[in-house]
Design a protein around this ligand. Structure first.
Ligand SMILES: Nc1ncnc2c1ncn2[C@@H]1O[C@H](COP(=O)(O)OP(=O)(O)OP(=O)(O)O)[C@@H](O)[C@H]1O
Length: 580
């Protein structure tokens, strides 16, 4: 509950006005049975008007005056109900907007390690349906809480003033109903959590299937995917059904209890009317108040269950909001980056204990190229991740003599252009994709970058040229074309002092690969480059080449030196020569 109130910050006065509106609307609702009692007992009958004598003095025994008053009260109630709905929903919408913005901001700055542990579907679920649950609770339920408390208190006070004995009978089962609601609340919370979790698994399966549609088709995995989806869907259905079962038991049992409670008032009230203890008007007013009282008591159960659901959603949202973010430390600086990279005895293990790099040392002067060769899982990508400060390392990495740990993360990443083997492209035009990092690139900049990446001529062959919209993740482009668009969008940025090709030339043919590397070299000789590749021809012109095996450097040198050594490099070279 404390957490929920935290979210009201900034909108408390609006919520207060909404609560005030609902209180006025409730007072209007509670006034109606008194008027009806007055009409039955004092206008139709001859009982004294009591507190309502002023109405008798003003309008006499006029039934129509009561009708107009009831209509007037109804109208005022309607206006305040509208105000309540408008105000609370206005505040709830804005609160939900703020939560979503905060979540999105948090996701942007969350550490890379946290990202790798999360499932996309679950994250989407937390940012959408969980926020929606919170919004609904704030927009509808929270103000109703004020209404429920006020309605119960006021109707009991009025009933007590009408007749104390009948009031005791009228509230006899209320504690049972409350207790029942409380037990239900504790039971339902776990089931809501299970249902929420099952829904997020379902979203993840769907999201993975849609993202991996190519793989599914290529491996003929449709049947497997359908079975997988059906399994999680059945599980979701099962846990939701269990939730519905509890809900159904609650609603029908609480209906039974309220029916018994109304029956008690009816039987005891009628006996009291017959014995002349109360008037018919009092009896009618009691029945009306009883129904007004039972509704909020029953609602309190629903309120509690919604509160349970909202608490789960808030916990899920807060789990993301409380994740560690990458923050600049006071000792970190925006150092000048020219591109001289030095690794000295760098070692790194992943949080799960997997040793990925051991004692890596090399010196790469500004403007030179480092080639990295190594088998799958030998630590090539990890090395690049360390340079981008995605993880903390042991040993020393220096950029232009400054320890990498003392350079701001955002800053160093701006200076490093990383091109991945399977780049993510946006469902936008080719031009927008190439110029995605800034809005102020001129057409000429975009064409030049595309020319360097050897994709310009290709783009011109498309019917819409640079305006061609590519499908989600660039489905309509070939692997090599996607890689070259990714190269263009990285090299267009004049701020990049270091370029890293993480196997990102793998899908282009050897000739184009060479053309791209030559064009890059001509474009800017001062850029330091790191090329990860399994193809020796891609690495052969590098100034230094390192060969990684199981996280260690096993060979280092130029192409010329390495082909003369008996070693892994030479063996791969011989193999690739034979194949080509
Ligand atoms: N997030 C992670 N958590 C734990 N272990 C990881 C993680 N990422 C990679 N690894 C492990 O670290 C080792 C090095 O991985 P890395 O991705 O650097 O290899 P690689 O040489 O780039 O391989 P490839 O050529 O297949 O891309 C591998 O054994 C891999 O399983």
């Amino acid at each position: 509950m404390k957490n929920i109130f935290k979210y009201l910050k900034g909108y408390r006065s609006i919520f207060l006005m909404a609560v005030l509106s609902i209180v006025i609307a409730t007072v209007m609702q509670l006034a109606t049975p008194i008027l009806i009692k007055y009409a039955i007992d004092s206008i139709i009958g001859d009982e004294p008007a009591g507190n309502l004598q002023f109405l008798m003095d003003a309008f006499g025994k006029n039934l129509m005056s009561v009708v107009w008053m009831v209509i007037g009260i109804g109208l005022i109630r309607g206006v305040f109900l509208f105000l309540k709905g408008y105000l609370s929903n206005y505040a709830a919408e804005h609160i939900a907007e703020n939560i979503k913005n905060n979540l999105y901001r948090q996701i942007q700055y969350m550490s890379y390690e946290s990202h790798t542990k999360k499932e996309t579907g679950d994250m989407i679920q937390r940012c959408t349906s969980d926020v929606e649950t919170i919004r609904k609770f704030l927009g509808v339920q929270i103000v109703d809480l004020g209404r429920i408390i006020f309605m119960i208190l006021l109707s009991v006070v009025i009933m007590m003033r009408l007749n104390l004995k009948l009031t005791i009978y009228a509230i006899a089962l209320i504690p049972v109903l409350f207790a029942f609601s409380y037990i239900f609340f504790t039971k339902v919370q776990k089931r809501f959590k299970k249902s929420d979790e099952a829904e997020s698994v379902l979203t993840t399966v769907l999201q993975e299937n849609l993202s991996g549609v190519r793989v599914v088709r290529a491996f003929g995995r449709e049947k497997y995917e359908i079975d997988k989806f059906e399994k999680v869907n059945t599980e979701y259905c099962k846990v939701t059904y269990r939730l519905i079962e509890v809900l159904a038991v609650f609603w029908s049992s609480s209906d039974l209890l309220t029916l018994i409670q109304s029956g008690i008032v009816l039987v005891v009230g009628s006996t009291m009317v017959i014995s002349g203890e109360i008037s018919i008007g009092t009896m009618v007013a009691f029945i009306t108040y009883e129904s007004m009282l039972l509704w909020p008591v029953k609602q309190s159960g629903r309120m509690l269950s919604e509160l349970g659901k909202t608490t789960v959603s808030i916990t899920r949202v807060e789990e993301i909001l409380n994740e560690a973010v990458e923050e600049d430390q006071p000792h970190e600086v925006e150092a000048q980056v020219l591109g001289h990279i030095q690794f000295e005895n760098v070692s790194f293990s992943y949080p799960d204990g997997k040793v990925a790099l051991q004692n890596i040392s090399f010196d790469l002067p500004m403007g030179q190229t480092l080639g990295i060769l190594g088998s799958t899982g030998s630590g090539k990508s990890t090395l690049v991740h360390l340079l981008q400060r995605l993880y903390e390392y042991e040993g020393s990495i220096k950029i232009d003599g400054i320890e990498l740990k003392t350079i701001k993360k955002q800053w160093i990443r701006q200076k490093i252009g990383l091109i991945l083997q399977e780049p993510y492209l946006y469902a936008k035009t080719l031009k927008e994709n190439i110029g995605i990092i800034r809005n102020d690139f001129k057409d000429q900049d975009i064409y030049m970058a595309a020319q360097t990446a050897s994709i310009h001529e290709n783009i011109l062959t498309f019917r819409e040229g640079y305006e061609t919209v590519i499908g989600e993740k660039g489905v309509s482009l070939s692997g090599g074309q996607k890689q070259r668009i990714a190269i263009s969008r990285t090299i267009i940025d004049p701020d990049k002092r270091i370029l890293i090709f993480d196997d990102s030339l793998s899908a282009v043919d050897t000739e184009t690969d060479m053309r791209i590397r030559r064009a890059l070299n001509e474009r800017n000789k001062e850029i330091t480059t790191m090329i990860i590749s399994h193809r020796i021809s891609t690495l052969s012109e590098a100034d230094i080449i390192i060969v990684l095996d199981d996280g260690k450097i096993i060979q280092k040198g130029t192409h010329r030196q390495l082909v003369e050594d008996e070693g892994l490099y030479r063996r791969i070279w011989d193999l690739q020569k034979m194949v080509s």
